[in-house]
Design a binder for this molecule. Structure first.
Ligand SMILES: N[C@@H](CCC(=O)N[C@@H](CS)C(=O)NCC(=O)O)C(=O)O
Length: 204
């Protein structure tokens, strides 16, 4: 049985959303953030790095969003949200699946931390980071102007990886999507998905 250790307002909501999309069985345990935004001490005991997400599959503990989502997407629900090698969309699936944490969340996290520790808005490092985020946003918007979902014509686990920066992460960093109509339209379509709505209620 899969257990999802959900830290409030965190990346573990991806795991909950994936399991809801697949209609796969799981249990969930809830954990709080401290006022510093760090995970409460009990969460830190789940894995040596103590950051969300962490899941457990019959005693095997797995962390790191990409690994968790790939593991669940591959082992649950007959792999319905995976794109397999040989598919025309395979390379795009891999690209966007990994782009989320490796590129987009890297820049957003830098900006979140700069704001938290009071780095001046016009600090050259922050200016670079904001310009980079604008470049990434335009790039993502262009992709969503070509196809309805990140991997192509169908909803996949790459969408679950790519949505987090625009939803939960935006509670920590201002990220205006109004100048990006394709991203805004995509987020409206995501918000209308029943499994996404269940996830929001189960794993706030
Ligand atoms: N790249 C890692 C980042 C993990 C991460 O930073 N998680 C945040 C929440 S979204 C966290 O656990 N913050 C609280 C803490 O580190 O105490 C992943 O995707 O798993």
């Amino acid at each position: 049985m899969i257990t999802i250790y959900h830290l409030e307002r965190s990346r573990s909501d991806r795991a909950v959303w994936l399991m809801e999309e697949l209609d796969a069985p799981y249990r969930i345990e809830h954990f709080a953030r401290l006022p510093t935004w760090e995970a409460e001490p009990a969460y830190k005991l789940l894995h040596p790095l103590g950051s969300s997400p962490v899941i457990d599959d019959d005693g095997k503990v797995i962390a790191e969003s990409g690994a968790v989502i790939e593991y669940l997407a591959t082992t649950q629900g007959d792999g319905a949200l995976v794109v397999r090698p040989g598919s025309a969309d395979y390379a795009d699936y891999l690209y966007w699946f990994h782009f989320s944490e490796a590129t987009l969340m890297t820049e957003l996290t830098r900006e979140i931390m700069s704001e938290r520790v009071g780095v001046a808005f016009d600090n050259p490092g922050r200016v670079y980071c904001r310009n980079r985020i604008a470049q990434l946003m335009a790039f993502i918007d262009a992709r969503l102007g070509e196809v309805p979902f990140f991997a192509g014509v169908r909803f996949t686990a790459a969408d679950i990886m790519m949505t987090f920066p625009f939803t939960t992460a935006r509670q920590f960093v201002p990220l205006d999507v109004d100048p990006y109509p394709n991203i805004a339209r995509y987020l409206e379509a995501i918000a209308a998905r029943p499994a996404y709505q269940r996830c929001r209620a189960i794993a706030p």
